[in-house]
Write a protein that binds this ligand. Structure first.
Ligand SMILES: *[C@@H]1O[C@H](CO)[C@@H](O)[C@H](O)[C@H]1NC(C)=O
Ligand SMILES: *[C@@H]1O[C@H](CO)[C@@H](O)[C@H](O)[C@H]1NC(C)=O
Ligand SMILES: *[C@@H]1O[C@H](CO)[C@@H](O)[C@H](O)[C@H]1NC(C)=O
Ligand SMILES: *[C@@H]1O[C@H](CO)[C@@H](O)[C@H](O)[C@H]1NC(C)=O
Ligand SMILES: *[C@@H]1O[C@H](CO)[C@@H](O)[C@H](O)[C@H]1NC(C)=O
Ligand SMILES: *[C@@H]1O[C@H](CO)[C@@H](O)[C@H](O)[C@H]1NC(C)=O
Ligand SMILES: *[C@@H]1O[C@H](CO)[C@@H](O)[C@H](O)[C@H]1NC(C)=O
Ligand SMILES: *[C@@H]1O[C@H](CO)[C@@H](O)[C@H](O)[C@H]1NC(C)=O
Ligand SMILES: *[C@@H]1O[C@H](CO)[C@@H](O)[C@H](O)[C@H]1NC(C)=O
Ligand SMILES: *[C@@H]1O[C@H](CO)[C@@H](O)[C@H](O)[C@H]1NC(C)=O
Ligand SMILES: [Cu+2]
Length: 569
């Protein structure tokens, strides 16, 4: 497929034109409440926004102000996070429970207000309290202000939200799993809320996308699944990736894509095959724990051409890679690059002020005396960064951001280490059950950055317990992914692999199983920003920390006071 890339000149002209158009206010009310939904032969009570699963789609134009009134009529404490939105100088609106605010209590409300500036493409919103994001999520689409894309305007745009479904009362099951140190495993993945026709009682609830022959569609694909990376493919058709995490990419033509948990891709799809029906399908990519600790099912939807269906039934089925296909996943994760000359492009900062090396991995937590734990070796799962297993500061009376803003001590400490405390052969598979490496202390340690410092971080996976791919998500900033590889990171050898010209610019990087990834960004956004694995289980087990970015020298470069209605603990 040939793509038209506008020359840089056209962009400066477009910028001029767009500065004449005034930004709008996009205002919504989300009423959060329990809802009964039937999937896979059973009714379940889920938490939903405005009665929708997946939740409402938010459409904005770059530059707009967003106002979302959240009315919490559910029985849970709720926060909503706008995943990937920079929240420049609005850290208070980032919506992470215990990090930037306390939960909106049942029967209460809170209004999120922020601007969307300097990013275009697809993101999503989701709950960031307990595991409520399983059903409380929706697409967040940022249209270009001048109506112009760096590719020919697609005929239609279609959000494709990949999720997962639990054929039990999931929140109760998860609560139990947390206490016993195990995991709650989903029963199906979903496309726009539907498991698809491989499941009982689901044949009539399969996502169908009608297409016209010869037209090009922009698929806005979101991996909202709690715990898994997903391959995605449409039978017999090519896909062209044009943006990742709401940042334009050099057009990348492929027959298959992958999204780590928390990632999004904008993909052009041309209906150029013989008219008929074709399955779109998603299946997990993972390593490590075998079933039953992972859901290894497949979800599918159907692309149906208008009219003359020479290939009506059965639809053509794509062949997806096997669960453990690390080479295919690595190729797809590492092969993207940013669109040089594209809108909102951020050049790679060249002078690094802060250098960190952070190990990420799974481990164990000792089973409490007299308790029965169902994790490996009859203990509980744990996870850590640099051997610190992150605990959200529950029950401390203040969120971390309030503690930072009001100088309250005792909520967190600023001694998150720049390097792992012990150097070892991180990816040696013989370390799997090395008991001297599996335990990490629980803490709430953060790293502080001076305003606008340039930060470079090597994320190094470990093989302790089991090497897994960890999608690391940074709040409040997107970052350049300079390089990725396998084994132990070696600066002397691997710095030569840095792409300083057109690296991917993302908010979530899939650190390869048994490998590493290097990111770089400008800490230009004062506030407290959660940094964590987007595999929900891993985050809950402690795979996280937070970055506290200090105020700049002027009022314009400082975080304003909190909104008056910020929920109190
Ligand atoms: C569908 O239902 C049948 C009969 O109850 C059962 O044997 C089969 O395992 C079910 N299939 C799935 C995918 O759940
Ligand atoms: C699917 O829909 C058809 C036609 O409306 C109906 O006959 C059938 O019973 C439905 N199947 C299920 C599993 O709901
Ligand atoms: C139906 O589709 C086939 C295959 O795409 C095509 O060759 C044929 O011309 C079409 N017929 C009509 C009436 O559109
Ligand atoms: C993408 O993969 C191809 C083939 O493996 C390789 O030649 C190319 O350098 C890769 N591009 C990027 C940007 O990684
Ligand atoms: C917090 O401490 C800083 C530095 O000591 C000071 O500038 C600031 O005014 C204090 N803020 C509050 C709300 O007390
Ligand atoms: C466990 O790892 C430590 C640190 O690398 C190493 O010194 C020790 O020999 C290992 N123990 C076993 C049993 O492999
Ligand atoms: C793992 O252990 C086996 C048996 O002790 C040894 O032969 C092998 O060399 C070790 N592998 C590594 C990468 O250290
Ligand atoms: C992690 O911290 C614990 C407690 O300080 C220590 O015993 C252990 O050796 C550390 N492990 C690693 C891999 O650094
Ligand atoms: C941040 O630093 C960059 C240079 O690294 C500079 O271009 C930019 O103006 C600075 N931003 C602010 C808000 O000071
Ligand atoms: C909601 O949060 C408050 C503290 O802000 C806490 O006391 C309460 O137990 C929480 N409720 C639930 C259902 O988690
Ligand atoms: Cu993880």
């Amino acid at each position: 497929m040939k793509l038209l890339v506008f020359p840089v000149l056209a962009w400066s002209f477009a910028l001029l034109a767009s500065s004449l158009a005034s930004a709008a206010v996009v205002e919504h009310t989300f009423n959060i409440e329990n809802k009964i939904v039937k999937r896979m032969c059973h009714e379940q009570v889920i938490v939903a926004a405005n009665g929708l699963y997946p939740g409402p789609t938010i459409h904005v134009t770059e530059g707009d102000t967003v106002i979302i009134h959240v009315l919490n009529n559910s029985p849970y404490n709720i926060t909503l996070h706008w995943h990937g939105i920079y929240q420049l100088f609005t850290s208070w609106a980032d919506g992470v429970e215990y990090v930037t605010q306390c939960g909106i209590h049942p029967g209460h409300k809170f209004t999120y207000k922020y601007k969307v500036i300097g990013q275009e493409g697809t993101l999503f919103w989701h709950a960031h309290s307990f595991a409520l994001r399983a059903t409380l999520h929706g697409a967040f689409i940022i249209h270009p202000r001048n109506g112009r894309y760096p590719f020919p305007k697609p005929y239609h745009q279609v959000p494709i939200i990949l999720g997962d479904w639990y054929d039990t009362n999931f929140l109760d099951a998860l609560e139990g799993a947390l206490v016993s140190g195990g995991v709650a495993v989903s029963n199906a993945y979903t496309i726009n809320g539907f498991p698809g026709d491989l499941f009982n009682c689901s044949q009539n609830e399969t996502f169908k996308m009608k297409v016209k022959h010869g037209k090009t569609y922009l698929l806005r694909i979101i991996n909202a699944a709690l715990n898994n990376n997903l391959f995605f493919k449409i039978a017999d058709h090519k896909l062209t990736v044009v943006a990742a995490d709401a940042s334009y990419t050099k057009p990348y033509v492929t027959d298959i894509i992958i999204l780590a948990a928390g990632q999004t891709l904008d993909v052009l799809f041309k209906a150029d095959q013989p008219t008929g029906s074709y399955y779109m399908a998603a299946s997990p990519y993972g390593v490590g724990m075998p079933p039953p600790l992972f859901d290894r099912t497949m979800t599918r939807g159907i692309v149906v051409y208008d009219g003359n269906n020479t290939r009506a039934s059965p639809p053509v089925m794509p062949l997806l890679p096997p669960f453990f296909d690390t080479p295919t996943s690595f190729k797809l994760f590492s092969n993207l690059s940013s669109l040089v000359g594209g809108p909102h492009r951020v050049p790679v900062p060249l002078n690094v002020d802060e250098q960190m090396f952070i190990t990420v991995g799974i481990g164990l937590e000792k089973c409490p005396v007299n308790a029965k734990c169902v994790g490996p070796l009859n203990q509980k799962f744990s996870a850590n960064m640099n051997n610190e297993s992150f605990m959200l500061p529950k029950g401390k009376g203040n969120s971390m951001l309030e503690a930072s803003y009001y100088n309250v001590s005792g909520v967190y400490t600023t001694d998150f280490p720049d390097n792992p405390p012990m150097v070892f052969d991180y990816t040696n598979t013989n370390l799997t059950f090395n008991m001297s490496l599996v335990y990490s202390p629980k803490s709430t340690k953060v790293k502080k950055f001076k305003f606008n410092s340039t930060v470079e971080i090597v994320f190094q996976n470990t093989g302790v317990l089991k090497a897994q791919s960890h999608p690391i998500h940074v709040h409040g900033h997107s970052f350049h992914v300079l390089a990725q590889g396998f084994g132990n990171y070696d600066a002397d050898r691997d710095k030569a692999k840095f792409n300083l010209v057109n690296p991917q610019f993302r908010n979530t990087v899939a650190v390869p199983a048994g490998g590493w990834a290097v990111i770089r960004f400008q800490a230009n956004n004062p506030g407290v920003w959660f940094v964590h694995c987007h595999v929900d289980d891993h985050q809950v087990w402690g795979l996280g920390t937070a970055f506290v970015v200090e105020n700049g020298p002027t009022p314009e470069t400082s975080l304003p006071p909190p909104p008056a209605d910020l929920p109190k603990c």
